[in-house]
Write a protein that binds this ligand. Structure first.
Ligand SMILES: C[S@@+](CC[C@H](N)C(=O)[O-])C[C@H]1O[C@@H](n2cnc3c(N)ncnc32)[C@H](O)[C@@H]1O
Length: 236
C-alpha cells in the first residue's frame, strides 16, 4: 500500500479508545489532546463523556463543507487502495469499514459545528500550546503509519522520516505533563511487526520519560503485531 500524502481519514470514538487501550471513564476530568483528530469522532465521544478534549489537524483550517468533501474523496481513494492491497487480510470487511468511517465523519461534523474552538488548525512538529498543558496526548495513525514504505509505513519515499518523528515526539512530550499514547507502533503490512522508528524513539527517551509497547485489541486488517506505544513522565 502506498500513499503520496497523509490521508484525511477518521475512526469512530470507540475504535480510537480501543486503539489506545483506554476507557473514557478513566479520562473524566483530564485535559486531553487528539493529534491528529482527522474526521474522527473521538472528540465527540469524549466530550459527551465529560472529558476536556481538544483536537488538532492542519486541515482544520478548512470549513466543514470543505472537510466533508476532502474526507469523502480521501475515503474513496483509500478504499480503492485497500481493496487492491496484499497488506490486508482477504476476509477483512471493507464495506463495514467504509460505513464506520462515514459514521465517524457525520459525528465529527456535528461536534465541530457545535464546538468549533475545540478543533485547532496546527501541524506537527510545532503545536500552538504551552508546555505541559495536557494530561494526556493521543496520536493515532500519523507517526509510524506515514513513515516511508521502505520502513513498513504507507508513504511514498521519503515520507515522514526518523528525523521528523524525533521532532514530532519531542513536541508531544513538551506539551504533555503526564502521558502520551501513539498508535499504531507497528508496520502497515500483512504480517505487522514493531516499527523500527518506535524502537529507536524508545531507546532515545529523555531521562524524565519512560515508555513501552502495549498490545491493542483494534483490528485494522493485518496479522501479527497490534502494538501501540505508551509513554509517561517518570514523575507521574
Ligand atoms: C489517518 S488520519 C488519522 C486520524 C485519527 N487520529 C485516526 O486515527 O483515525 C491522519 C491525520 O493527520 C493529519 N496530518 C497530516 N500531517 C500532519 C502533521 N504534520 N501534524 C498533525 N497532523 C497531520 C491529516 O490531516 C489527517 O487528518
Amino acid at each position: 500500500m502506498q500513499f503520496d500524502q497523509v490521508v484525511f481519514y477518521g475512526r469512530l470514538g470507540h475504535q480510537a479508545l480501543t486503539m489506545f487501550n483506554l476507557d473514557s471513564a478513566q479520562l473524566r476530568g483530564a485535559r486531553v489532546l487528539d493529534c491528529a483528530g482527522g474526521p474522527g469522532s473521538l472528540s465527540a465521544l469524549l466530550r459527551a463523556d465529560g472529558v476536556d478534549i481538544t483536537a488538532v489537524d492542519p486541515l482544520y483550517a478548512l470549513s466543514n463543507k470543505e472537510l466533508k468533501q476532502r474526507a469523502l474523496a480521501d475515503l474513496d481513494a483509500a478504499m480503492e487502495t485497500l481493496a487492491a492491497s496484499q497488506d490486508i487480510r482477504p476476509e477483512f470487511n471493507l464495506n463495514s469499514c467504509r460505513q464506520e468511517h462515514l459514521q465517524a465523519l457525520d459525528a465529527f461534523l456535528i461536534d465541530r459545528n457545535t464546538n468549533p474552538d475545540s478543533y485547532i488548525a496546527a501541524k506537527l512538529p510545532q503545536l500552538p500550546f504551552n508546555d505541559q498543558i495536557f494530561d494526556l496526548v493521543l496520536c493515532g495513525h500519523l507517526l509510524f503509519s506515514y513513515s516511508p514504505q521502505s520502513t513498513g509505513g504507507l508513504m511514498k519515499e521519503p515520507g515522514l522520516d526518523l528525523a521528523w518523528h524525533r521532532k514530532a515526539l519531542f513536541e508531544l512530550q513538551r506539551i504533555s505533563r503526564g502521558s502520551i499514547r501513539l498508535y499504531p507502533a507497528h508496520t502497515i503490512q500483512r504480517q505487522a511487526s514493531r516499527h523500527e522508528y518506535a524502537h529507536a524513539l524508545l531507546a532515545e527517551l529523555p531521562a524524565d520519560w519512560k515508555g513501552d509497547f502495549y498490545a491493542s485489541a483494534y483490528d485494522q486488517g493485518h496479522d501479527g503485531c497490534t502494538d501501540g506505544l505508551a509513554l509517561h513522565r517518570a514523575s507521574h
